[in-house]
Design a binder for this molecule. Structure first.
Ligand code: AMP
Ligand code: MG
Length: 500
């Protein structure tokens, strides 16, 4: 006998929907013909306090496709604007997404649930309001991988194939992703109201964000300046974490910059294989604006756009407002550098800070670049070297196209490690493995999983990859070796497409 099927409403808190009508448009999801569950994140559902234990696959597919709007409790498409590649667009908004409301999970923190790909809204412009299966799978895999890596991110609760075709360059299977975020408020949300001179809305938005208990850095004072300082801090820590794992977001527009400091929007994102700071994956990023090494600058630029929207609320005297906002923005490079260096030290097995560490880290990165070494593998191999100087050293050395930089750097690193408080080599290696993942969502693996699903309806590679990505810091074994391996030259993916 199967468990009784639960068909009650989700009973979410209205959250953002309690704000005035001009913050969003009330829209119901467009039904889909044959929803089929691809993935459901049961641990996340439980953490969010969603009571779906009895629901079978068909019930979950129906719920997360939006086919039962009465259970969702009202859905809205949220208004926002944004700077896209430096150009201001006064109206973007949820063109294919709907906000359901807040789940208040076990930790008491409200989290928004959103359907993405659920049909047209007043913000769709020319778009069809739908999402293709490939990008939905990519977001599911990469956002959950980011979470497993310990990086602040939106989560994936469910993925449903719609059974319908969406047209991009050609016909593609459609899908809907259920996304969970501490908040979907973006810098672009502030820009939307600032562009309309809607001071009252901006004040409501500041209050809304400040009152929300967003995980991570608390907002010290519920004012516009306190908010700016908190977002600066969160973005500095977030981008530092990206740089440490070799993540390239690819489309760091202000509409994709979360006030909560979560990684959001996984369209053209990708991880570095071979280390090259100039790496650009996204096909639409023609000038490399959002290339790997440019990400801190891009975040800072975006934060300046946020500051501009807050100026009148920071101080009624314009000059003083600019002074205060500039001081808050000035914290970004300082906080970024500190967070970045701190993380890089730990990646090199250093628990204490010394003045020469910046030079040591930069020399290592230069060596990886010139040696054309895989970024993730290099750090993981360095952990092995910390445990056992002999064979591991040769293995890592062999990864460098020309070992001259490696030979010069390792003695400097060993001398620096010798100035650390003593630690058994095994313990240092273990500490390094806790911050240096073996398994990251490599582009060739993601594309392989998508190709199998789109081409043959085979979701086994997707499921296997999901499982491997959930434990990125574990020792590699026979089961996971394939996912830890960098792409062979013929497998390397150097271009990604938004796929919207
Ligand atoms: P993104 O590139 O996903 O950050 O989206 C940028 C803007 O385009 C947002 O306003 C989206 O809602 C909108 N958009 C993207 N894809 C679609 C689509 N298929 N239909 C309607 N709007 C879309
Ligand atoms: Mg977006």
């Amino acid at each position: 006998m199967t468990a009784p099927q639960r068909d009650e409403a989700l009973r979410l808190d209205p959250g953002y929907r309690s704000l005035p009508e001009r913050f969003y448009a009330r829209v119901a999801p467009e039904p889909v013909s044959r929803p089929r569950l691809i993935a459901f994140n049961a641990p996340l559902a439980a953490a969010l306090g969603l009571e779906l234990d009895g629901a079978d696959e068909a019930a979950l597919a129906s719920l997360w496709s939006g086919n039962q709007p009465e259970r969702l409790g009202g859905t809205v498409a949220v208004a926002y604007a944004g700077h896209q590649f430096g150009q201001f667009v006064p109206q973007l908004g949820d063109g294919r997404a709907l906000l359901l409301g807040d789940a208040r999970g076990r930790d008491g923190i409200p989290r928004e649930i959103q359907l993405k790909g659920s049909g047209r809204t007043p913000f769709s412009r020319g778009g069809d309001g739908r999402a293709a299966l490939g990008p939905v799978m990519r977001e599911y895999l990469v956002s959950e991988a980011m979470h497993a890596l310990g990086i602040s991110t939106t989560r994936a609760l469910a993925a449903v194939a719609t059974g319908e075709t969406v047209w991009r360059e050609g016909p593609l299977p459609g899908a809907i992703l259920t996304r969970v975020a501490a908040s979907h408020v973006r810098i672009g949300t502030f820009e939307y109201f600032a562009a309309r001179g809607d001071r009252a809305a901006l004040e409501l938005l500041v209050d809304h964000v400040a009152q929300r208990h967003v995980p991570g850095v608390p907002i010290a004072s519920p004012t516009a300046l306190g908010l700016l300082a908190a977002v600066v801090e969160r973005q500095a820590c977030l981008v530092a974490a990206w740089m440490q794992v070799g993540f390239v977001h690819g489309v760091m527009n202000t509409d994709n910059t979360s006030i909560a400091g979560e990684t959001i929007d996984f369209g053209p994102c990708a991880f570095l294989d071979t280390y090259d700071p100039a790496t650009v994956f996204s096909s639409i990023d023609r000038h490399g604006r959002y290339g790997f090494a440019n990400q801190p600058q891009a975040a800072r630029w975006n934060l300046a756009r946020l500051a501009e929207t807050l100026l009148p609320m920071i101080d009624p005297a314009p000059e003083r407002a600019v002074l205060l906002a500039s001081a808050a923005l000035e914290e970004f490079p300082r906080r970024f550098e500190a967070a970045w260096l701190d993380g890089m030290r730990r990646k090199l097995g250093l628990a204490t800070a010394r003045a020469e560490d910046t030079t040591l880290v930069r020399a290592w990165l230069d060596a990886l670049h010139r040696g054309q070494v895989d970024y993730t593998v290099a750090f993981r191999d360095l952990a092995a070297l910390a445990a056992d100087g002999g064979r591991a050293r040769e293995a890592l050395r062999a990864r460098f196209a020309d070992p001259v930089d490696f030979d010069a750097w390792v003695p400097a690193w060993e001398a620096r490690v010798a100035r650390e408080p003593p630690l058994p080599p095994g313990a240092r290696a273990a500490a390094m493995r806790r911050v240096n993942p073996a398994i990251i969502p490599r582009n060739h693996q993601i594309e392989r999983a998508i190709a199998a699903a789109v081409g043959e309806g085979d979701f086994a590679p997707f499921t296997a990859l999901s499982i491997a990505l959930a434990r990125p810091y574990d020792e590699v074994d026979a089961r996971t070796a394939e996912y830890a391996r960098p792409p062979a030259p013929g497998e390397r993916v150097i271009r990604t497409f938004c796929g919207t």
